[in-house]
Design a protein around this ligand. Structure first.
Ligand SMILES: Cc1cc2nc3c(=O)[nH]c(=O)nc-3n(C[C@H](O)[C@H](O)[C@H](O)COP(=O)(O)OP(=O)(O)OC[C@H]3O[C@@H](n4cnc5c(N)ncnc54)[C@H](O)[C@@H]3O)c2cc1C
Length: 473
């Protein structure tokens, strides 16, 4: 398939060889740099490319989930699955994010209703909401220690006008009985009450809703461990796929006899089914995604209060909507330290620093001091906390031209499945998406997958000239 690239940006490079070190990866799991077999297998039944949240979730749902185990118990053969990761496990966005599982479709609800209609917009809200209990369920069932905590998330407005618009939309949707199930869990506060309860200085209004915080690297490497030991996953880290080619061209595009060959510096591997869980880097292998999923850099840090101070505990998680378009996301870890990311107001105008930038070996220069006195500046009671940035890092997200991930079988490439483009918001989207992709591969149909249809990758989306990010910046 030819590359569709109306804006003349090149396909993404592969993940950079070196990278900044996120707090989450300070101590590495035994599988981080693991290779199950010394050499690369030459073939497999299903090849997963990418060892982040999406790739590991796919492997778990294929080999080790209760649904997979029930299938094998009823006589279905266990597939031979290989996972190739360019660097270490969870060394991409998953090991660099804010640890915030925050279903927040409601803020985009009016736009989504306008674009897709009420039913599909509500489906999206419910899909994200379902991730809090779905992740809680797997954490409990598998006994995973990953600092998982169900919280209320505060969506904090500091600008009167923006807050007024948000409240007006909320009241309208609620009053009209629109999206009842979604609006029920959403609470609006304003004025002194909002500032006091949120603990955020200058808060003029806020929403609160159900969310969770966690240690993403621990969750995903634990699931990788389970899938590796009980599911016989063959894991090959430090193995970048440099190209993907069709090995037996079919007589017609709909032929089912395709096989695909992934080339790596360690040799090739051939498989009839490929799952691309390559997120921001997808267009390095599939050029038709070049302007559809664009690598964009973000910045995040770990803030620790002085050992001699005990600032107020933050029982909730946050999104702070500050001046200049910053939407900062923040959680508190059980030890009282803070993970906060964002800082967009400091770098949005410096396009080359973040847009179409796949290099996580450096910080975003204009934003690297943004968090220095963040807690003192924004949180009541933290003024004398002595809180300091202990680690700061960057990470690469896959931003989509139409704001939605691309999921499903790639048009014109039978047997190649994609699940990528989760932007800065993969935590409440990826788990059930990957369960759905595995079901689609098994059942040969989108029906029953549980994945919102608006995520479906399609020729129409690939050929669309729409480009929300380019229009905004
Ligand atoms: C700074 C930052 C903060 C964030 N904060 C949050 C947050 O608080 N909440 C939230 O919901 N989301 C957040 N996100 C987004 C979230 O982390 C992502 O949506 C999610 O982790 C995506 O998972 P993934 O598996 O699709 O991608 P990744 O974790 O990026 O995994 C893709 C993997 O594929 C590998 N790969 C790519 N190409 C190849 C190739 N050719 N060969 C072999 N391997 C390859 C990469 O090395 C990488 O490990 C944040 C992201 C960043 C960068």
């Amino acid at each position: 398939m030819g590359s569709i690239n109306p804006h003349q940006i090149p396909p993404s490079p592969l993940p950079s060889k070196t990278s900044t070190t996120p707090f989450w990866r300070a101590s590495l799991h035994a599988l981080d740099n693991h290779r199950t077999t010394p050499s690369l297998p030459q073939t497999c039944d299903i090849l997963i490319i990418g060892g982040g949240y999406a790739g590991i979730a796919a492997a778990y749902h294929l080999l080790a989930s209760p649904e997979a185990k029930a299938k094998f118990a009823s006589g279905a053969p266990k597939p031979n699955v290989v996972l190739l990761e360019a660097r270490g496990a969870c060394s991409g966005a998953t090991g660099r994010n804010g640890g915030h599982l925050r279903p927040s479709v409601h803020t985009r609800l009016p736009m989504l209703i306008e674009e897709f209609g009420l039913e599909k917009a509500v489906e999206l809200c419910e899909f994200e909401d379902a991730h809090v209990s779905a992740i809680e369920e797997v954490v409990e069932r598998e006994g995973i220690e990953c600092e998982f905590r169900v919280t209320r998330s505060f969506d904090v407005y500091t600008d009167e006008e923006e807050a007024g618009r948000a409240k007006e939309t909320y009241l309208r949707l609620k009053g009209e009985g629109v999206a009842k199930s979604t609006m029920e869990g959403l609470v609006w506060m304003e004025g002194e009450e909002a500032e006091k309860i949120s603990g955020v200085k200058g808060c003029v209004g806020c929403f609160t809703f159900s969310a969770a915080s966690l240690y993403p690297y621990k969750l995903l490497t634990s699931l990788l461990h389970i899938t590796h030991t009980t599911g016989n996953l063959n894991l090959q880290t430090n193995t970048p796929v440099t190209s993907l080619t069709q090995s037996s061209p079919p007589t017609s595009l709909e032929s089912s006899s395709n096989t695909w060959t992934a080339s790596t510096p360690r040799g090739t591997i051939t498989s009839p089914q490929i799952i691309l869980a390559t997120n921001a880097y997808t267009s390095a292998l599939l050029p038709e995604y070049t302007t559809k999923i664009v690598p964009c850099k973000g910045i995040c840090c770990h803030i620790v209060p002085s050992p001699s101070c005990t600032p107020p505990e933050l029982v909730n998680t946050y999104c702070l909507r500050l001046y200049g378009g910053s939407h900062d996301y923040l959680i508190q870890r059980p030890d009282g330290s803070i993970i906060v990311g964002g800082g967009r107001s400091h770098f949005l105008g410096h396009r080359g620093e973040w847009y179409n930038n796949a290099d996580d070996s450096s910080l975003i220069e204009p934003a690297k001091c943004y968090f220095d006195t963040y807690m003192q500046d924004h949180f009541t009671g933290w003024e004398e906390s002595g809180a300091k940035v202990q680690e700061i890092w960057s990470g690469i997200m896959g931003y989509c031209s139409d704001g939605l991930p691309h999921v499903g079988e790639v048009p014109g490439r039978k047997g190649v499945w994609v699940a990528a483009g989760f932007e800065g918001h993969g935590m409440p989207v990826i788990w059930l998406t990957m369960r759905g992709v595995v079901r689609m591969m098994d059942w040969g149909s989108w029906e029953g997958s549980g994945v919102p249809r608006v995520y479906e990758t399609s020729r129409e989306r690939l050929e669309s000239g729409r480009d929300d990010y380019r229009a905004k910046v």
